[in-house]
Design a protein around this ligand. Sequence first.
Ligand code: NAD
Length: 364
Amino acid sequence: MKTSTQISRRSFIQKGSIATGALLLGNAISALAKGKKMGVALVGLGYYSSGQLAPALLHTNNCYLAGLVTGTPQKAVDWAKKYNIPQKNIYNYQNFDEIANNPDIDIVYIVLPVSMHKEFTIRAAKAGKHVLCEKPMALNAAECRDMIAACRKANRLLSIGYRLHFEPHTQEVMRLGQKKVMGKVTTIETGNGFTYGGDPNAWRLKKAMAGGGGLMDMGIYAIQGSRYTLGEEPVAVKATQEKTRPDFFKEVDETVFWELKFPGGAKVTGKSSYNNNWGYLHVTTENGNFELDPAFGYGGLDGKINGNPMKIPNIIQQAAQMDDFATCVALNKQSRVPGEEGLKDMRVVDAIYRSLDSGKWENI
Ligand code: NAD
């Protein structure tokens, strides 16, 4: 944690973006009023940490990149230089637990393959740190429950990297759907995916490390999208799948299609893929329609209401997400995307996999 005096020394790299800052001004003032910026340690310095989270941490107001956890010594050297991280705040996966003795680190952000989320969440909580964990939260709902219990026992906050909850197009969709602004939602059609052309030996294609394929990685956004549009929890699901490259997707799903039953009766269909570039959320209501397309990425969302542009600015989602969690930590307040939110999605994912096996409707 840094005091205001220490903050001013780093302020040249930590001045927040006006767009993000303006949206979170109320929260930011609360955290900063306490004269503290929360120190974040990134665990796993791969694609998402290096391309999105570390750059976003240069635009946060309430937190800053204070530490690193990596298994690659050269990354430690390169990142320390690039982000001005002291050697004493750099750990590897073996000595990670010593982070307990480091007052600079308040929040540990887990950005590892899915099979490592549970272990590092529990180790971080035991080390007395608050935890941000990337999506999908874990391999299955049972692991999510263990993570929630461990953080509760350690009296630490847990939040999942659901950046879209801090994103204004998404917040507009939540408002329109949940408040029934255009009448009740009758239909949702959503899909998320990309054409996987990467390394055939990558962890994302190994069931033991990824838990599944396109459904775990991309489908989780479409499931979330349906849940936050309606503000309801689904009760049953029926799913089917298709594989056009079975040699490539030997262990994990390629494309999955599902229908979800919600208590309010909306007809909700979704799909996920590692073989199609999808990313949309189309919603029909009693009195009209609204949509996001793109709906789930971080390269800029776009939306329409009854065919007319939403005209909402894009923000740095990750900066807004991390600033919000830092404020939650400062105020000892539950995040709007706590572990329980990750668990809800994983219960749906588990039921989809059960339905793929049984060929029947499965209760969630
Ligand atoms: P990545 O493969 O690029 O990075 C994973 C990191 O984990 C690497 O630095 C790697 O060295 C490290 N690692 C440690 N042990 C490993 C092992 N045994 N095998 C493989 N790697 C190991 O992955 P990524 O794309 O950065 O994804 C990491 C997490 O972030 C995933 O949970 C993913 O779903 C999530 N993610 C989220 C978003 C988002 O928009 N919220 C975007 C991308 C990724």
